[in-house]
Design a protein. Structure first.
Length: 294
């Protein structure tokens, strides 16, 4: 054993007592971050190089600060994103919906597909689409100026490597009554967009959430009305406005909301092929639908 591995064992017990869900993983990832080594190299850190900042960071996690705020990084599909106070930490559930969108965009017989990501936060969905669908351009919309700073930072970070300026950030509000005014930048795209995708705020006001979420994710990323549906209804209205005939919408929701969100995209409003899709844990997680005309 080494000093660092002993400290990791102690920290794991402390994190478990504090109610952290994956205490061993978090202790190891914090140790790797502090000592600037890979997780598989922790045993190689000499005792003399043990860094006491390890315990400072463990104590932040004991206080239920998200791991990603402590390391400053979040992994999403093939991206490593900068995150911190003021921006929603991207979640694995959203990777599944993003993969669905990427697969559909790749299948489309369109030379340079156009996607719109409503509520882009860190830019996770928009950047993944640009990275994995080489000729796609993505318009990323964000209302919260603090989150917009993080999106800009991540877009800049990837601009030279994979996404080559194909992600355009717009300050805008997709829920307000005057949504077309709030999204004036996108007016030129009306009726021509191939995919509208969104992971909007969808937690009903007053719901209980873990401290990592309630105290650290920005409120604008979480809460939406008493039933969690107003922002999803906003996505539906904007999708109807932007999509071309045959265009697709994908919107994430909470596991218990599958049936309610299905009915936000009914045939009576013109939608076709409305489906509830599951995440990797088998829970209802996102609804997809087609705008008719093809
Ligand atoms: C749940 S977070 C998702 C962030 C990112 N797309 C992801 O999946 O990690 C929702 C995002 O939508 C933004 N948002 C909330 N209401 C909005 C609105 N009316 N117009 C534009 N953005 C909004 C929030 O600020 C937040 O960044």
């Amino acid at each position: 054993m080494s000093l660092l591995l002993d400290e990791i064992a102690l920290a794991t017990a402390r994190l478990a007592e504090a109610g952290v869900e994956s205490p061993r993983t978090d202790a190891e990832l914090i140790a790797a971050h502090v000592h600037n080594v890979k997780r598989g190299e922790l045993h190689t850190v000499p005792d003399a190089e043990f860094d006491a900042r390890f315990w400072a960071d463990i104590n932040r996690r004991v206080n239920r600060e998200p791991l990603q705020h402590i390391t400053g990084r979040a992994f999403f599909r093939y991206l490593e994103l900068d995150v911190g106070p003021g921006v929603f930490v991207p979640r694995p559930e959203t990777e599944v919906m993003t993969g669905w969108v990427i697969d559909r965009l790749r299948e489309m017989d369109v030379a340079s597909p156009v996607a719109v990501d409503l509520g882009t936060g860190s830019g996770a969905i928009a950047l993944s689409i640009a990275q994995e669908v080489p000729r796609a351009s993505v318009h990323a919309v964000e209302a919260d100026p603090l989150a917009g700073v993080w999106a800009e930072r991540n877009i800049t970070r990837y601009v030279d490597s994979y996404t080559a300026g194909r992600v355009l950030l717009h300050a805008g509000d997709f829920v307000s009554a005057d949504f077309a005014g709030g999204l004036a930048d996108l007016a030129g795209l009306a009726g021509s967009v191939d995919v509208v995708v969104s992971n909007p705020p969808y937690i009903p006001l007053g719901s209980a959430v873990p401290p990592e979420v309630g105290e650290y994710d920005p409120p604008s990323a979480l809460w939406s009305g008493s039933d969690g549906l107003p922002a999803i209804r906003g996505v539906e209205r904007v999708a109807r406005w932007l999509l071309r005939p045959g265009g697709l919408v994908a919107v994430e929701h909470g596991a218990p909301q599958g049936a309610a969100v299905y009915w936000v995209f009914p045939e009576e409003s013109g939608w076709r092929d409305t489906r509830t899709n599951k995440d990797l844990a088998g829970r209802d997680r996102f609804v997809t639908a087609t705008w008719p005309g093809m």
